[in-house]
Design a protein around this ligand. Structure first.
Ligand code: ADP
Ligand code: MG
Length: 622
């Protein structure tokens, strides 16, 4: 049988569902800032060159066939195509299918939901490649992976499917051909390309060449690593551009930290604190993403150069004296990395403190976004706790924002503790009945409304020698602190209150751990407090986590002996009132206390029956 010439086989593939959705957004986009596609494709090309340079440290042969590492942009007006080519690491057949057909990172769904807000999020979500379809109605990617002989072409119109087929052997690396939409032909103009590159990609550490028509290719970026330049020579615009590259964001950074460390280890640091909340700030998979370079060679972006509670800080650290051939796996245990991590962490915390002192308003904005994350350090990193306390801000009953130092400066006579109330919502927390006794004494109480607060406060020993004390836990030790404008004390018959307490305990049974007379109440009749190991807010937080093994325990019900309602109930108990009526009252008081905590009453039907009974009796007597 005659052998027929083998035709290269074209395989058709479906995009992952999320990608298909994303592409629809891109294809139909009416984004005004379409320029981003070029930044994203150049950024991918630069990554590919960085990866090759890193691989070539161990395998120099990879570089030999084409030692030049660069990015070439070629507009073709006749064909209406724009080609972005790099001589980087390249992709094999499987990588083309995986990398350009699926999205590896989590949070894609979140992106699709947020995409209406504009393309600003593309870079942050790691979906940059697909932005090609903002300007192109067909994209062809031809790639040859370094060290292999086979080229493949990936092609798609961005409509649900793509194809991959073998191609003639081409140069190492990747060439992306964009067939531009008719409304995107401006990207064929040299000046336009130069303008976009200057705005977003000037800092890329590899030459970006523009090859227009028959002219000789010319370099259109400066291609020197921005962090190596003297601090005074880097402009705010250049920082913004580079920050955009390392963070995927398009805004100005809130803080820039740029310095050179000399001494035992030499390295350059250029780090930024974003001004906006990254979408994945609380993604459990999110790690610090500071890029580690060694003598300008990119090594890794997961070397954990800063602790997890500083994971929002972005940028690069470039070491002068680390060995280049360090494997990524060894970075975790490398003593030099550990020393750098320690020093840079100190520096960043020091800079944040300075920032808090020099521009309180801007600092507060930053603290609002990142404070809850930074506070994780209060229990994860004892070594730096005092440094964190130095700039940490808290909400309180008196201030929208207060430092611990200022809190302690305002302690009342005989006040020995830093009081706090943990809650889930600032407004509700501020209205808690447990605060009344403190307000009456003009004692400031910190309002801890970030979940993380309940955790660090348990391990923190205190501040400036003063322990932290929850106002909803244990007995209130307020007796020694003078009341500001003491209202005339109503007559309280203590033996009657004691009888009421006995009657209430009896009817409430194990729904409460105890019933007792309160010093923390002035206006409300009742409140709940915890008596065990855990504050009630923390107990509730833990109980919601499946594996914590914590259940919400019975609270202590505190009653305000001076409150008119308690006074009449006590008199009734003293006079031998019928126990069903007192039992209803006791249960209603407990229900009320739960409601004040923002909790549901545990027997709504019983609650409404008792309420109806009480109201009926009240009006029947009139
Ligand atoms: P991200 O760059 O955040 O990973 P992208 O959507 O921009 O997301 O790119 C997806 C993946 O495709 C990259 O991680 C990379 O593996 C691969 N890729 C894209 N462009 C290139 C290129 N020019 N050379 C090699 N690989 C590339
Ligand atoms: Mg990318």
């Amino acid at each position: 049988m005659a052998k027929t010439a083998e035709k290269p086989k074209t395989e058709s593939h479906q995009f992952q569902a999320e990608v298909a959705k994303l592409l629809q957004l891109m294809v139909h986009s009416v984004y005004s800032d379409r320029d981003v596609f070029l930044r994203e494709l150049i950024s991918n090309a630069a990554d590919a060159l960085d990866k090759l340079r890193y691989e070539a440290i161990a395998a120099p042969a990879l570089l030999e066939e084409a030692p030049l590492l660069n990015i070439a942009i070629t507009p073709d007006k006749a064909a209406k195509t724009l080609t972005i080519a790099d001589s980087g690491i390249g992709m094999g057949e499987d990588e083309l299918i995986d990398n350009l057909g699926t999205i590896a990172k989590s949070g894609t769904q979140a992106f699709v939901e947020k995409a209406g807000q504009g393309v600003n999020l593309i870079g942050q979500f790691g979906v940059g490649f697909y932005s090609a379809f903002i300007v192109a109605n067909r994209v062809e990617v031809t790639s040859r992976k370094a060290g292999t002989d086979d080229s493949f072409t990936w092609a798609s119109e961005g409509l649900g499917t793509f194809t991959v087929m073998p191609a003639e052997k081409g140069p190492r690396g990747t060439a992306i051909v964009l067939h531009l939409k008719d409304d995107a032909l401006e990207f064929l103009e040299g000046w336009k390309i130069e303008q976009v590159v200057r705005a977003y990609s000037d800092h890329i550490g590899h030459p970006i060449m523009l090859a227009e028509g028959s002219e000789a290719p010319k370099q259109i970026n400066t291609a020197n690593a921005i962090w190596t330049r003297p601090k005074s020579e880097v402009t705010a615009e250049q920082h913004k551009e580079f920050f955009g590259h390392v963070s995927g964001s398009y805004s100005d950074p809130a803080m820039t930290i740029h310095y050179r460390a000399e001494g035992r280890h030499e390295y350059t640091v250029l780090l930024y604190v974003p001004a906006e909340r990254p979408f994945d700030l609380y993604d459990p998979e999110r790690r610090g993403r500071q890029k580690l370079y060694v003598k300008r060679v990119y090594i890794a972006d997961d070397a954990e150069l800063l602790p997890p509670y500083l994971r929002f800080v972005r940028g690069v650290i470039d070491s002068e004296d680390m060995p280049l051939n360090l494997s990524r796996e060894m970075l975790q245990h490398n003593p030099q990395v550990a020393a750098i991590r320690k020093a840079v962490t100190n520096k960043v915390l020091g800079e944040i403190k300075k920032f808090s002192e020099s521009d309180a308003e801007k600092f507060l904005k930053m603290w609002e976004i990142f404070g809850p994350v930074i506070k994780e350090g209060l229990y994860e990193d004892f070594e730096h706790r005092d440094q964190l306390f130095a700039f940490a801000r808290f909400r309180s009953t008196k201030n929208a924002s207060v430092t611990l130092k200022d809190y302690v400066a305002g302690l009342k006579e005989n006040q020995t503790a830093i009081y706090y109330l943990a809650g889930e919502d600032a407004v509700k927390a501020a209205a808690s009945p447990q605060l009344e006794g403190y307000k009456a004494r003009d004692v400031e109480v910190l309002l801890f409304v970030d979940p993380v607060d309940s955790f660090w406060v348990r391990t923190a020993m205190g501040f400036d020698g003063k322990p932290f004390k929850s106002v909803t836990q244990g007995t209130a030790d307020l007796d020694l602190i003078a009341v500001k404008d003491a209202p005339p004390k109503s007559e309280v018959k203590e033996s009657a209150t004691a009888k009421l307490i006995v009657a209430m305990k009896e009817s409430l049974g194990d729904k409460v751990k105890d019933v007792r007379s309160s010093t923390r109440l002035t206006d409300s009749a009742v409140c709940l407090v915890a008596d065990g190991e855990l504050d009630r807010t923390l107990e509730k937080l833990l109980a919601r986590q499946k594996d914590s093994g914590v259940n919400v325990s019975a609270p202590v019900l505190e009653i305000n002996a001076g409150h008119p309602l308690i006074v009449v109930l006590a008199a009734a108990a003293d006079g031998g009132a019928s126990s069903p009526e007192l039992a209803d009252a006791a249960q209603l008081l407990l229900d009320q206390a739960h409601v004040l905590e923002g909790e549901p009453v545990d027997d709504p039907a019983g609650f409404s029956r008792r309420m109806a009974n009480v109201l009926t009796r009240a009006f029947a007597r009139q």
